[in-house]
Ligand binder design. Structure first.
Ligand code: 5AD
Ligand code: SF4
Length: 434
């Protein structure tokens, strides 16, 4: 291969952090003069921005790589990026001859040079995790949608025993306050009305996430601020106070609990108990009674008994989650939990996941139903399936369907009329008055 690529495609899997990284890689390639491949067309360069959280993540990534070989036997330049790239490193080249370069999440500011090297037939690998952040080496952001992500913190020092993030994303590191505020200002100038501050442990942000939120709230033209993902142990009183004081901070908090059983939480190395978690939720609700709480859950962690699982159902009932993600435990090689005894059988895991999801759906529906009749504002972010129908996000992050001629990026006043577990219907407030 000796051709500098002209077109690229970045495929991101997994979390919002990866979506953000994928956007930044695309911007880097565009800054080099490459253009995104149009839908359906072959790209000269394909970046697979992989996720390592799920089971068989590496196998899935290699089979995705395999599918990039074209019918005529040719192939694009293939860049393996993201957390699988970090975990596999140079090994990836041995496992698939189709891979031309391997770039980890902390090294992608060097992607253009690596692509140039790959075009010369080299197979560069960079999975360094330098102390100096990549962000300074990235180009300024230009055109953005109405709702944009902004990474403020990366990595994790918590070492939950089931999780690969501390290994794939490295130690916790926060971006400098002034850099984040400058990027926020640039995003708002570029059209963003909502910013979601991202971090694997965003509320451990070094300059104080509450301070950062207050500084960003002062940006004219910015209407909404969100942040994710938080750890219960870092939910400071100052951050909680911001929920009661900063109008632009949306009434939504993603605060994973994982389990309601203290012995399982201990085995997970979560550093919170069911009770300390509930106390935090109480404090947040004291300053923002309408807040939507969302969570993550793992069922079938090694040693989980039916009694432990019942404790998880109890905490679900106590918190009344507005939304949640729930997973069956799956062992990640190299993590402490992978060596733990007491594996839970597949049948029991399936059964518990089903019962948990049924319970979570009841609470989502109850939360959504409680919004019926309320007047609120949605930020339109996409078209609905029906003609004239648009979908926007409520302050509580619900997807709301409405008939309107408003455009993507508009904020419209609505009155909520319907509720399903995962979506809502509404009419324009002006239409109601008419
Ligand atoms: N097995 C199952 N779920 C996991 N998660 C992280 N690691 C694992 C694992 N090994 C879930 C957690 C986390 C979410 C992003 O993914 O619930 O909060
Ligand atoms: Fe993984 Fe725990 Fe860190 Fe979250 S807090 S990224 S689950 S180690």
């Amino acid at each position: 291969m000796t051709k500098i690529p002209k077109t690229y495609r970045v495929k991101s899997f997994g979390c919002q952090m990866n979506v953000y990284d994928g956007e930044r890689m695309a911007e880097l390639l565009a800054a080099e003069g490459m253009t995104p491949a149009s839908d359906g067309a072959d790209a000269d360069l394909v970046v697979l921005n992989t996720c390592h959280i799920r089971e068989k993540a590496a196998e899935k990534a290699y089979s995705d790589v395999g599918r990039l070989r074209r019918d005529d036997g040719s192939k694009p330049i293939v860049a393996l990026a993201g957390c699988v790239a970090q975990a596999e490193g140079a090994e990836a080249k041995a496992r698939s001859s189709l891979i031309d370069l391997v770039v980890g999440p902390q090294a992608y500011h060097r992607l253009p040079q690596m692509v140039a090297a790959a075009a010369k037939g080299l197979r560069p690998v960079d999975t360094d995790m330098p102390a100096i952040s990549k962000f300074g080496a990235l180009p300024a952001r230009r055109k953005v949608g109405p709702s944009a992500f902004l990474t403020v913190q990366e990595g994790c020092d918590k070492f939950c025993t089931y999780c690969v993030v501390p290994y794939t994303r490295g130690a916790e590191i926060s971006r400098p306050f002034a850099d984040v505020v400058a990027e926020a200002e640039a995003l708002v100038r570029g059209g963003a009305r909502e910013l979601t501050l991202l971090g694997q442990n965003v509320n451990a942000y070094q300059g104080g996430l509450d301070q950062l939120i207050r500084a960003i709230a002062a940006i004219d033209g910015l209407e909404r601020i969100r942040y994710t993902t938080s750890h219960p142990a870092d939910m400071s009183d100052a951050l909680i106070a911001a929920h009661g004081e900063v109008d632009k901070l949306m009434p939504y908090l993603h605060l994973p609990v994982q389990s309601g059983s203290d012995s399982i939480l201990k085995a997970m190395n979560r550093s919170h108990t069911a009770e300390s978690y509930l106390r935090t939720i109480e404090k947040v609700r004291a300053v923002r009674p309408d807040i939507a709480i969302s969570g993550d859950f793992i069922v079938g962690f090694p040693g989980e008994t039916e009694e432990d699982f019942q404790a998880t159902l109890s905490i679900v009932d106590a918190v009344r989650y507005a939304s949640a993600y729930s997973f069956k435990y799956s062992a990640r090689p190299g993590t402490p939990a992978a060596a733990m005894e007491g594996a839970v059988s597949a049948e029991v895991m399936d059964d518990r996941l089903q019962r948990l999801q049924a319970r979570l759906a009841e609470h989502s529906l109850a939360f959504n139903r409680a919004t019926i009749g309320k007047d609120t504002t949605i930020l339109i972010d996409r078209k609905g399936r029906l003609p004239g129908q648009m979908i926007g996000k409520s302050p509580w992050l619900q997807s709301v369907f409405v008939e309107t001629d408003a455009m993507i990026g508009d904020m419209v006043d609505v009155s909520v009329t319907h509720a399903l577990p995962n979506s809502m219907g509404a009419i324009l407030t002006t239409a109601k008055a008419a």
